[in-house]
Design a protein around this ligand. Structure first.
Ligand SMILES: C[S@@+](CC[C@H](N)C(=O)[O-])C[C@H]1O[C@@H](n2cnc3c(N)ncnc32)[C@H](O)[C@@H]1O
Length: 437
């Protein structure tokens, strides 16, 4: 069979023959494959499946989906095995654990039915439906909408339609019972234009100002924005929250006043734990009452015996001064987000390092100092210094002795006050023991 377009192949993939093919592929694959280990297996399946009479386009789509399901485990865990993806859709999709947080925020705000405007493959919509919310998902791209429809097929309270959200009548949505909006605008050019990041929020689809204006009609609105967005451009009465998962910055979200959070900014730090994901929130005290407030300057002082690297969500939200105040710490230099003091407790807001030595930021000096500690490996971090960390890492490797059991050291290439320095440290775990990254 020859298919006329991607939508038709996808239609086949989620029905009779496609489902049978997908389960045959799963049956051929060993358990526990990763993206890397799966590829050789998938490569050998093509000919085998053709001999069973499946159309080449369908085989290719099924193998791609199988590979994306394996890749999708990083965002969705085991649930990815039954989900449908496009490559772009998976890349842009909200992680399962974060989508659940979005859903919880709507439930907490008293919403009953959410319109997911630009729903992609439906990761957020799925979490909304799982939380018992009605879902009106809208997507411009027909193939992506078909994928979202497949992902939402077991949720009777969810429906997907193909439409341009910039032309939607929000009054009609409200009249239809929608009482909350979730907007995750496209912030990249399409694959055809190199999938480049779009920095101007007015060039996003939908544009940020339009998404914000919808809150006049339907009060509860949450909008995903680029984590690097300038604070000054944020709507002052809204709440902006930056979220990281296990130290990786994953999103920034704007909540309208009707979502019930106070005007201002915060960081949400999420960590995987045996008991599930735990999260903690740090409010930026300097932005209380004004989301667009300038970031308060933390005090600067001398390097103590402990150095910390704050979580990226705290840095982006502007909460460094709050953190410094709370723990009696200070910056090592005006614009460099490393906090220091002689003693600082373990906290979810930062990673701690014990300072071992400080030398000029020159290879000869660093190598000489490293030899004293005889580490077995070195990790380089930089802020405020224009060095090539890869090149520095390679150059320092020659200073390490191959039979050392001296553990790992972290070298910070940075500034102390106005001078460039290398700070040699040991990473500490929560209990204060030396550890490696
Ligand atoms: C960042 S993705 C959404 C990802 C989604 N939150 C998820 O977790 O799967 C943005 C989506 O918005 C869609 N989109 C962009 N402009 C749109 C418009 N004007 N109308 C409807 N959908 C649009 C894109 O096709 C894309 O699928």
């Amino acid at each position: 069979m020859v298919y006329s377009d991607a939508s038709q192949v996808f239609g086949e993939l989620i029905s009779g023959d496609g489902k049978k093919l997908l389960s045959e592929i799963t049956g051929f694959l060993p358990e526990g494959l990763t993206v890397r280990t799966a590829q050789p297996h998938l490569n050998t399946l093509n000919a085998k499946l053709r001999s069973r009479g499946y159309a080449p386009d369908l085989i290719s789509a099924a193998l791609t989906l199988t590979s994306l399901r394996i890749q999708g485990k990083a965002k969705f865990g085991e649930a990815a095995a039954d989900m449908f993806f496009t490559r772009d859709g998976l890349e842009q999709a909200t992680r399962g654990v974060i989508a659940e947080r979005h859903a919880a925020a709507f439930v907490q705000a008293g919403a009953h039915a959410v319109a997911d405007l630009g729903c992609g493959i439906g990761s957020d919509s799925r979490a909304f439906a799982q939380a018992g919310l009605g879902v009106e998902a809208v997507e411009l791209d027909a193939t992506t909408a078909a994928v979202a429809t497949a992902n939402l097929s077991s949720y009777p309270t969810a429906r997907v339609r193909v439409a341009d959200v910039t032309a939607l009548d929000i009054d009609t949505l409200r009249a239809d019972g929608v009482d909350a909006l979730f907007v995750d605008p496209s912030r990249r050019t399409g694959a055809a234009r190199g999938s480049q990041r779009i920095y101007d929020p007015e060039q996003w689809s939908p544009p940020l100002s339009q998404a914000i204006s919808w809150a006049k009609t339907i009060g509860r609105v949450a909008i995903k924005v680029a984590p690097g967005i300038e604070h000054a451009t944020l709507p002052p009465t809204w709440h902006a929250q930056w979220t990281s998962v296990d130290g990786e910055l994953v999103e920034a979200l704007l909540y309208s006043p009707a979502m019930g959070l106070p005007a201002g900014r915060s960081a949400c730090v999420m960590r995987s734990a045996a008991s599930g994901t735990v999260f903690s929130t740090l409010i930026d005290e300097g932005a209380r009452g004004n989301c667009a407030a300038r970031v308060a300057q933390a005090p600067v002082g001398v390097l103590g015996s402990m150095l910390t690297e704050p979580d990226p969500a705290v840095i982006r939200s502007g909460g460094i001064a709050t953190l410094a105040e709370q723990f009696g710490a200070h910056l090592i230099s005006g614009s460099i987000a490393y906090l220091t003091a002689d003693s600082l407790p373990a906290a979810e807001w930062w990673t701690r390092f014990e300072v071992c030595s400080v030398v000029p930021l020159r290879m000869k000096a660093i190598k000489k100092a490293l030899r004293e500690f005889d580490p077995s490996s070195v990790e380089i971090k930089k802020r405020g210094a224009s060095i090539d960390t890869g090149a520095m890492q390679r150059a320092l490797a020659s200073a390490l002795s191959s039979d050392s059991d001296g553990g790992e050291m972290t070298v910070f290439a940075t500034r102390l006050g106005d001078t460039h320095r290398a700070i040699l440290t040991r990473r500490l775990d929560h209990a204060g023991n030396r550890t490696s990254h």
